[in-house]
Design a protein around this ligand. Structure first.
Ligand code: GLC
Length: 756
């Protein structure tokens, strides 16, 4: 199945049919119902609908700083007075029913509450972190795991998830790379749209439809230096070319909410940026839903140096287009006076309230306030065997084989003695990854458990941590070396703890922590064959014995079934097919690094290095490039053909290529289509991913696959931020990563072909 960026964006043009958009139909009179309600609401009740607070009825240990109204008694009073429209980050049907009873039966207007939460990669069944799943390059997989998460989340009394993260991450030092789909705009757009589709399903009124909230609008992934909450200073062209398309794709897939980013763009915090949240989001992108602030982000306008005080912050946020204030309580505290004083027009508030009530209407909450508050569902639909099986399948397909001297797969029937060394060998506290706080601690399958379950004789496995995650253990390396010496092969389980990844976890380097590197180098010195099992939430810069190992698997944070999935790949039950969604540079100092970079006037060519765009210690290339990933079999691409090397302005050019499995195992390959616009009125990247296609083939089997290109695929954001295409030559590659591949070229003609 070809997944094509155009297919995603045509959702905007093609409407519901392009995506099976959720059924959003308002019966006659329903809209009037909202208008009548608004006409009866006091300004306090309107500000209440625009207020989202931490859920004290079913408190959970979310990562959010403990703030705001956290006791049930006080929150109950707020709900009775109609001063709350949404609760977030609690789960459990009983607590939600208590809160909904208050809203529906004891407040003056009985408007139902919306229940939201951060179901980023799982509720109780924890799936691979989004960046890991992005390695599958498979939107259908992303849709299916999102659907499973939606079933669990709605069974636990949630209506909405603050996901998918649609930020394109351009610097691996940023901790939140883990929550998105990597460095590429097309892959992020395809997967974000697929996740929206999976979360919401086709009918928003179904009890298992979970509203999506693509975040963080916008360009949060471009924070300078990868510094969390930092400033973003990019051109309007880059904003539109790299950072907005995944949101456009998410809205085209039916998302009805979004979340403004903590960060600022070019000196204006997103939370107060009317040009961004109203002119661009609602004017140009035609977004029709409502905007959440991020957690206390309106209050933080003061710290940004953009608002005088809380009152000013509330004013700026609501005038910019933030409809729902999260956690700060500024709207309920200041909007009544701001409207009475004329600083904020009542019309602005009414528009925000209407957007929120339309979403509650669209999901059927007025007709059925008990939607998704079903004890039977809570007992039967969470952490099911089917979801665990899907989590294991997704995890296996998220693993990327970076390097293999032939030491993998291990044949467990050979009875080899295996040493599992490193801090992640028996660790269960770091298998879920960040943003999995609803998961039951320690219930994930660790590596040792997964390996022992797969070995005919578990006694063949010896386990030794060797060091801590971020420091040495007395005698640990010595013990680990002893274990390694008596083994036939070493599995080295090293990388990042989950507290080194995620929000507020920016790192100055992306290396393996020093204590673990020392362990790796000591193990490497034994001369035993070493297979590195990386655990990580970002690309890493690998050095020494880690980089020199006989095999390296990128295993990210794989969730509940981690240990089983890694064992499946190590022993060949699953043939790895993952592809890197982020480039692994040679050195941290190359960040921000991404494959779709510009040529510059002095690119490195034919190994010339003087006066070239490179660092003194390394070329500005990747050790393992975006799109890279090996298999236990060998795939060969040949027979690249074009229907025509000349593309007229309104033509479609068909591209075909044959893929053959030359090896002895069935496996999957992801063929990737890249272009380069050689000459343009604004410089273009040296490569841009436009489409990909996953193919599964048996040994000896060949298949010819097809892509198509139209002018729209060759468009770019020109100077002045206009989307344009320009006639000229385009390089085309079809390959197995963002480097190399079969090459051809086409020429785009503006008018009819010249007479030949
Ligand atoms: C956090 C995050 C956001 C999350 C929200 C609610 O700080 O920035 O992604 O959805 O608060 O937990």
């Amino acid at each position: 199945m070809t997944m094509h960026r155009r297919a995603v964006l045509s959702g905007i043009l093609g409407g519901a049919a392009a995506f099976g958009l959720p059924r959003i139909t308002f019966a006659a009179g329903e809209v009037q119902r909202v208008d009548d309600l608004i006409a009866r609401m006091t300004i306090e009740e309107k500000a209440g609908q625009m207020t989202c607070l931490a859920d004290a009825f079913r408190p959970f240990n979310p990562p959010n700083p403990q703030a705001g109204i956290q006791d049930e008694k006080r929150l109950s009073e707020e709900i009775r007075k109609g001063r709350v429209g949404c609760l977030f980050n609690g789960i459990g049907v009983a607590g939600a029913r208590r809160a909904q009873e208050l809203a529906v039966k004891e407040s003056r207007l009985g408007i139902p509450l919306l229940f939201a939460g951060d179901v980023i990669h799982g509720l109780k069944t924890i799936f691979p972190v989004p960046l890991a799943e992005a390695s599958s390059f498979d939107p259908e997989l992303a849709r299916s795991t999102a659907r499973a998460m939606a079933v669990e989340a709605t069974a636990a009394g949630l209506h909405l998830t603050f996901a998918p993260m649609a930020d394109v991450a351009r610097d691996q030092r940023w901790g939140r790379v883990v929550e998105g789909s990597g460095e590429d705009v097309t892959l992020t757009a395809l997967l974000s749209a697929a996740r929206v589709h999976g979360f919401q399903g086709r009918d928003l009124r179904r009890a298992d439809s979970l509203l999506a909230c693509p975040k963080h609008f916008a360009a949060y992934g471009a924070v300078a230096g990868g510094l969390e909450y930092g400033s973003v200073d990019i051109s309007d062209e880059t904003l539109r070319e790299t950072h907005l398309p995944p949101f456009a794709a998410s809205f085209a897939a039916g998302a009805l909410t979004t979340m403004a980013a903590f960060s600022e763009i070019n000196g204006v915090p997103a939370t107060a940026d009317r040009a961004l949240l109203t002119d661009t989001l609602r004017g140009e992108m035609e977004f029709r839903g409502f905007v959440f602030s991020d957690y206390t982000a309106d209050e933080e306008l003061i710290a940004h140096g953009y608002a005088e005080d809380e009152r000013d912050a509330a004013r700026l946020a609501v005038l910019a287009g933030v409809d729902m204030s999260m956690q700060s309580g500024l709207y309920i505290r200041y909007l009544p006076e701001l409207v009475k004083s004329g600083a904020v027009p009542m019309g602005t508030v009414d528009v925000a309230v209407r957007r929120i009530l339309y979403v509650k209407l669209a999901m059927g909450l007025f007709d059925n306030p008990w939607r998704s508050l079903d004890e039977e569902a809570e007992r039967t639909r969470i952490a099911t065997p089917a979801h665990r099986a899907l989590a294991r399948d997704a995890a296996g397909r998220s693993i990327v084989l970076l390097k293999n001297s032939g030491v993998l797969p291990i044949d467990p029937s050979q009875g080899q003695k295996i040493a599992l060394i490193g801090p992640f060998g028996e660790d269960r506290d770091n298998v879920y990854g960040p943003w999995a706080f609803y998961g039951d601690p320690g219930k994930g399958v660790d590596l040792a458990t997964g390996l022992r379950a797969a070995l005919p004789d578990a006694a063949k496995l010896a386990v030794e941590p060797g060091c801590g995650m971020d420091g040495p253990i007395d005698g640990g390396i010595a013990r680990a070396v002893e274990i390694a010496k008596s083994a036939d092969i070493v599995l080295l389980a090293i990388g990042e703890s989950q507290t080194m990844s995620g929000e507020a976890q920016s790192r100055t380097t992306i290396e393996i922590p020093a204590a673990q590197q020392a362990l790796a180098d000591a193990i490497g010195a034994t001369g035993k064959p070493v297979v590195v099992l990386l655990r990580h939430g970002r690309a890493l810069a690998l050095h020494g014995s880690v980089a020199d190992a006989q095999a390296i698997l990128a295993t990210w944070f794989l969730g509940s079934e981690s240990g089983h999935a890694v064992a499946d790949v190590l022993f060949g039950t699953v043939n790895p097919s993952g592809k890197l969604p982020v480039s692994f540079p040679w050195e941290s100092g190359q960040e921000p690094f991404f494959y779709d970079r510009k040529s510059t006037g002095r690119p490195v060519v034919d190994n010339r290095t003087e006066y070239r765009a490179r660092y003194t210690t390394t070329d500005n290339s990747a050790r393992f490039p975006f799109g890279h990933g090996l298999s236990y079999t060998e795939f060969v691409l040949d027979n690249l053909k074009l229907s025509d090397s000349a593309m007229r302005w309104d033509d479609t050019v068909e591209i075909s290529v044959r893929i053959t499995n030359k090896g002895s195992r069935r496996g999957s390959e992801v063929a990737q289509l890249y272009i380069r616009d050689r000459v343009a009125s604004r410089t273009r990247p040296i490569r841009e991913l436009k489409a990909m296609q996953r193919v599964s083939l048996s040994p000896g089997e060949s298949r010819t696959i097809h892509f198509s290109l139209i002018r729209k695929d060759l468009e770019f954001i020109g100077q002045g931020s206009k989307r344009i295409a320009e006639p000229g030559m385009f390089d085309i590659w079809v390959g197995q990563s963002s480097t190399g591949g079969l090459h051809t070229q086409i020429e785009l003609y503006a008018a009819a072909l010249p007479k030949n």
